[in-house]
Design a protein around this ligand. Structure first.
Ligand SMILES: [Zn+2]
Ligand SMILES: [Zn+2]
Length: 161
């Protein structure tokens, strides 16, 4: 069994995570995410994301696949950890987006689901949900999109099909 996420997030190497070694089907990923959503300060910011699967899909940029049949998808422990509950924004609290500055700027908020989808449409860049962002960069993320906008979007990780 191969990891489906090796294609869309090759920046993360497939492998074990220290505890788990097995590749599982995505539908087996059903750990409670509420503590994680609080860590990334999304307890109120992203009411759309309710499950570990949706969290992983969002960080992989697979917005159009939310409502699709994803039972064919599989995931290795590393992709599951880094796209899911293992993700942490940088600990010093600096802006990780750097749309309008090259130097370190203190962040004031974290990216929510709407920001991530908007930046993907606007800049063709995938920023991880929960990343720190400063006021000025956040103001550059003006495109408002919803999951509906991605329904017919085949560009995101089309290779998976
Ligand atoms: Zn993998
Ligand atoms: Zn910034």
């Amino acid at each position: 069994m191969n990891c489906s996420f090796a294609v869309c997030r090759p920046d993360i190497g497939c492998g074990p995570d220290g505890v788990n070694k097995k590749i599982v089907t995505l539908s087996e990923c059903c750990t409670d995410i509420s503590a994680h959503m609080q860590v990334i300060k999304q307890c109120k910011g992203s009411p759309e994301i309710k499950s570990e699967i949706e969290l992983i899909m969002t960080r992989a940029g697979l917005f159009s696949k939310w409502n699709d049949d994803n039972t064919f998808m599989t995931i290795c422990p590393q992709h599951r950890f880094q796209l899911g509950l293992g993700f942490r924004p940088n600990w010093r609290g600096y802006c990780e987006i750097k749309l309008c500055h090259a130097t370190q700027v203190k962040a004031t908020r974290t990216l929510n689901m709407s920001n991530v989808m908007g930046a993907y449409k606007q800049y063709d860049k995938l920023y991880p949900l929960g990343s720190y962002v400063c006021d000025n960069c956040w103001k550059q993320m003006t495109t408002k999109v919803t999951l509906e906008n991605f329904k017919t979007d085949n560009t995101a990780c089309a290779q998976l099909r």
